[in-house]
Design a binder for this molecule. Structure first.
Ligand SMILES: NC(=O)c1ccc[n+]([C@@H]2O[C@H](COP(=O)([O-])OP(=O)(O)OC[C@H]3O[C@@H](n4cnc5c(N)ncnc54)[C@H](OP(=O)(O)O)[C@@H]3O)[C@@H](O)[C@H]2O)c1
Length: 326
């Protein structure tokens, strides 16, 4: 079910709103006149995002929150309702990443990525549900990743958490329908690589500079997808054409797609500069209210992109032909 109200009258919580896609989504909703409740750990950055939202026409409330804290996340929902009378939608967007081989990533970091990306999303859904039901319906949008469907080397905890977010979304959706609460929609977004500060925020144990694997799409592409889902909820939506293509290849020819993406991830995620190990923003806030990461139209490795997609497309076509012939 779509939002019970127009976007202009809706109160919407966004986690991870101090940077990147969360800030871009806040701006997109503010342009529609929505009331946005902004949550993340970095209060000054949240205040900056809130100021820009107000300039764009939205009402705002800043509630610094660490989404791994279930009680704090419940208080976030309660504060939104106390201030604006109701809650219409909740966007679970906060996440962190750590880059490195599975056996090089420290255990504490692996655990923390799962805590923020998976348990933080569960905390958000749990906090939102009673208020959305009380409002007569609403929408939860879980911003996952195409890495909820496919895998990329050097990102094992992120991949694991995002696959789990997809499963969690599907299960909660089933349960809501089965218990007569289908007026609350649960949507999952599967974005391709997005031009945000994420790759600078991430912890890094690879020894090399981390780069976003191209093609890279602007954060507004995801923000627009989220706005569309609030108006017309669907189970899942890709953001960025490459995500849809990779997802299709993974479904049709999984063994080939796994090999191609493994090779592609290995050769496109790193720059030449040696880099010291860092824990990035995994344990401490580090947001600066910027939406983009400065990777505009990263076009390097065009030959590799073309080769990888060409190879995967040929394999997908062969797999499709085999299926049709059966
Ligand atoms: N960039 C991409 O290529 C890409 C692709 C697919 C999906 N996504 C997804 O898009 C979402 C947004 O990422 P982004 O690219 O915009 O990265 P980003 O700029 O690093 O934003 C991440 C946000 O999460 C917040 N956050 C981190 N830990 C938190 C915690 N414990 N509690 C509350 N907030 C926390 C950060 O703010 P504080 O530091 O202030 O807490 C920040 O606002 C994530 O779910 C990510 O997985 C990104």
């Amino acid at each position: 079910m779509p939002l019970a109200r127009n976007l202009a009258d809706a109160t919407i919580v966004i986690t991870g709103a101090s940077s990147g896609i969360g800030a871009a989504t806040a701006y997109a909703l503010a342009r529609h006149g929505s009331t946005v409740v902004l949550a993340a750990r970095t209060e000054p950055a949240l205040r900056e995002v809130a100021g820009h939202c107000r300039e764009l026409g939205g009402r705002t409330l800043v509630v610094p929150t660490d989404v791994t804290d279930a009680d704090a996340t419940r208080r976030l929902a309660g504060t939104a309702v106390a201030e604006f009378g109701r809650l219409d939608a909740w966007i679970n967007n906060a996440a962190v990443g750590t880059i490195g081989l599975f056996d090089e990533i420290p255990v504490a970091e692996f655990r923390r990525v799962l805590e923020v990306n998976l348990l933080g999303t569960a905390n958000g859904i749990r906090a939102a549900l009673p208020h959305l039901s009380a409002a007569g319906g609403g929408v939860v949008v879980n911003n996952a990743s195409v890495l909820a469907e496919v895998a990329m080397p050097y990102q094992s905890p992120y991949n694991a958490a995002k696959h789990a977010v997809r499963g969690l979304s599907d299960t909660v959706r089933q349960e809501l329908r089965a218990t007569g609460r289908g007026s609350v929609s649960i949507c999952t977004v599967l974005p391709a690589t997005i031009d945000t500060p994420f790759f600078r925020h991430a912890a890094n144990h690879s020894g090399r500079q981390v780069l976003p694997p191209p093609p890279v799409y602007p954060p507004e592409v995801v923000a627009e997808t989220i706005v569309r889902l609030l108006r017309r909820p669907r189970r899942e939506a890709y953001a960025g054409g490459a995500a849809r293509l990779i997802g299709m290849q993974w479904r049709l020819a999984p063994a080939l797609a796994e090999r191609v993406l493994g090779w592609y991830g290995r050769y496109t995620q790193f720059g030449p500069a040696p880099t010291a190990d860092t824990t990035g923003n995994v344990f401490r806030p580090d947001a600066t209210a910027t939406t983009d990461g400065g990777w505009h139209g990263r076009r390097r490795h065009l030959v590799r992109i073309s080769a990888a997609f060409g190879l995967a497309a040929a394999g997908t076509a062969a797999a499709l032909a085999r299926r049709l012939a059966r």
